[in-house]
Write a protein of this length. Structure first.
Length: 271
């Protein structure tokens, strides 16, 4: 099937593509994520419909890979994360600032997830820079990391994903302007940090992890080890998050001797 050059299914450069070593189950998950990742962002597919693989069944263990769940860093000092480090559910997002579907998720879905799940302690969101569209993508990824060093990553994220922002490009002057919009206090330090070896190393580490799980396009997600690809509708994310939260509650109940009693679904306040 021919691929439109405007879709985010373009294959990334192979220079950092070192596969991570996991068990056979995760190799299958990686292959599956790669396939679904293409389907979710292929030509004539809006990315707004849920694919069969992204659907979450009544079984909270279906499609979940424990080895992938271990990729959550849960570092309280992570500048590119939001939510409690000990939240029962971690959503890891692999994304590119030049990706239109990533922008759709950032504008249409992520704020609602933050309000419904992050704010009440159920969910933690961990960002992974996964630039696949060339030099400007990589520059934007390093710039986002640099903004994070001054605790303004999520503000930079919002500015870079604002409607029409990517069409203006991510040259140096534009990145500095985005940092200014994000409220980065020291713009000279921002510029130095963005061009530093530390920024390149941090972005490279995220890229390597993304390649290792089989991500071939953006956005790609893991929710407690469950792969989801593309800017899926809100319902896909809420189903996955609530299934993961229920499983976490049952596990804690079993450990504490409560006999696995089921609590009400996470986010009941939004009913």
């Amino acid at each position: 099937m021919p691929k439109s050059p405007s879709t985010p299914s373009r294959k990334p450069s192979t220079r950092n593509r070192k596969p991570l070593v996991y068990g056979a189950g995760v190799v299958l998950a990686a292959a599956l994520l790669g396939f679904v990742s293409y389907r979710a962002t292929a030509p004539d597919h809006s990315g707004s419909g849920s694919s069969s693989v992204a659907d979450v069944t009544a079984d909270p263990d279906a499609g979940v890979y424990p080895e992938l769940a271990k990729l959550a860093r849960r570092d309280a000092g992570d500048k590119l994360a939001q939510g409690r480090a000990d939240a029962p559910v971690v959503l890891i997002e692999y994304a590119d600032f030049k990706c239109g579907y990533c922008g759709k998720f950032a504008r249409d879905t992520e704020p609602a997830l933050v309000k419904k799940y992050v704010d009440n302690g159920t969910l933690r969101i961990e960002w992974r820079n996964f630039p696949i569209f060339g030099a400007e993508s990589e520059a934007a990824a390093r710039a986002s990391w640099a903004a994070g060093q001054q605790d303004r990553f999520w503000q930079f994220h919002a500015a870079a994903y604002a409607e029409g922002a990517k069409e203006k490009g991510f040259g140096k002057a534009r990145l500095k302007e985005l940092a200014r919009q994000a409220g980065v206090a020291d713009l000279d330090r921002f510029a130095r940090d963005a061009d530093s070896a530390s920024a390149s190393a941090a972005v490279g580490k995220d890229q390597e992890q993304g390649y290792g799980i089989g991500a071939t396009s953006t956005p790609s997600f893991l929710i407690n080890g469950r792969p989801i690809a593309g800017a899926q509708p809100m319902e896909t994310f809420t189903s996955a998050i609530e299934a993961a939260a229920e499983k976490a509650r049952n596990t804690e109940d079993a450990k504490s001797g409560k006999g696995g009693k089921n609590a009400e679904g996470a986010g009941d306040d939004a009913k």
